[in-house]
Design a protein around this ligand. Structure first.
Ligand code: SAM
Ligand code: SF4
Length: 326
């Protein structure tokens, strides 16, 4: 078992496959000067499988593939098929632009639930936020996944003055569709010009939804990052990932591997362990995994608190979101 000094058992690994992406979401990827990782620095398919196997031996039961955009990796199919042979729950987070090319592979790999990011239901706002004209393709691919019987969760990063007026429209979507909307509080990362004024908090989102709908809270399953709700009589649900105003660090079970094989014990951790180099040197990575988790801070990487007004973006030490893997 992988346990930290606060007795939190870590059985969920998120693996970033690349820091490359076919969208340019401004809250994730810096507008200028971003250098993509050289290909030779990325974990190769066989390396991902071998490294994942060690994590599984140590107790990991769930793996999520992410990025960057995992579906831009040319060997995505090979990677997911290799991982599908491990005895784990396998899933992925994607921007959805290329899902139509992977429906069969995703089903063959045994993926039953998928997270698709979509911050707006409006074509022009999508273009503004991602700098790419792919809204229609993503909408079609969401339907494709639903038709294939795969559970779909929609990730929506909510930002004041950008898309916060669409919260109600997203909840309306859950009325007749069995879809699960997850509103995410805007988080600070290198180069994303985070500002506390742009954050819409859990409470603000709930107040907004309740102006139109009667809602009921749903039971929280251990380790979940969301507070879940349902508008009465709707088929789908909505939830809030309240990392900034009400984080879920108390029973966190998550670990991350960046695309270049660095282990992070928290989205906001300042330190990393170079697991890929250890592996390439032919050494056993197991002690390094435990050492990394042993250094995990109690909350939010030890970098800030829920007092948003006290967060100084320039004092935070982290990678850009696109190079961590969300
Ligand atoms: N490309 C894939 C996608 O967009 O779903 C996977 C990687 S992306 C980094 C993972 C998730 O992180 C997405 O849902 C994205 O919206 C979210 N994300 C990125 N930057 C964020 C930020 N600054 N605050 C909150 N969520 C963020
Ligand atoms: Fe790409 Fe996902 Fe980041 Fe958007 S959020 S730039 S889709 S990695």
């Amino acid at each position: 078992m992988i346990v930290d000094k606060f007795n939190r058992v870590h059985d969920y690994l998120r693996i970033s496959l690349t820091d490359n992406c076919d969208l340019r979401c401004f809250y994730c990827m810096p507008e200028e000067g971003y250098q993509f990782m050289p290909a030779s620095n990325l974990m190769q398919a066989a390396e991902i499988e071998s490294i994942a196997k060690v994590f599984v031996q140590e107790g990991v039961r769930k793996i999520r593939l992410t990025g960057g955009e995992p579906l831009v990796r040319k060997d995505f199919s090979e990677i997911i098929l290799r991982l599908s042979k491990l005895n784990i729950q396998l899933t992925l987070t994607t921007n959805g632009t290329r899902l139509h090319e992977f429906v069969e592979i995703i089903k063959t790999a045994g993926v039953r639930s998928i997270n698709i990011s979509l911050d707006t239901l409006k074509k022009d706002c999508f273009l503004l936020m991602t700098k790419r004209d792919k809204h229609e393709q993503v909408m079609q691919n969401i339907q494709l996944m639903l038709d294939a019987g795969i559970e779909v969760k929609i990730n929506v990063v909510v930002m004041k003055g950008i898309n916060d007026e669409e919260i109600i429209d997203f909840v309306e979507w859950t009325k007749n569709t069995s879809i699960h909307i997850r509103f995410i509080e805007f988080m600070p990362f290198d180069g994303n010009r985070w500002n506390s004024n742009k954050v819409v908090t859990l409470q603000e989102m709930l107040d907004n939804v309740q102006e139109k709908y009667a809602i009921e809270p749903l039971e929280r399953i251990a380790h979940e990052t969301t507070k879940k709700y349902k508008a009465l009589h709707h088929r789908g649900t909505f939830a809030v990932i309240s990392t900034m105003s009400a984080p879920f660090c108390g029973d966190c079970n998550r670990m991350r591997l960046t695309a270049d094989g660095k282990m992070k014990n928290c989205l906001f951790s300042q330190t990393e362990t170079d697991i890929l180099s250890v592996y390439r040197n032919g050494e056993d990575i197991t002690p390094f995994i435990h050492q990394n988790i042993g250094e995990k801070k109690q909350a939010l990487g030890g970098q800030f608190t829920t007092d948003l007004n006290k967060i100084e973006i320039n004092d935070l030490q982290n990678r850009t979101m696109i190079s961590i893997g969300g």
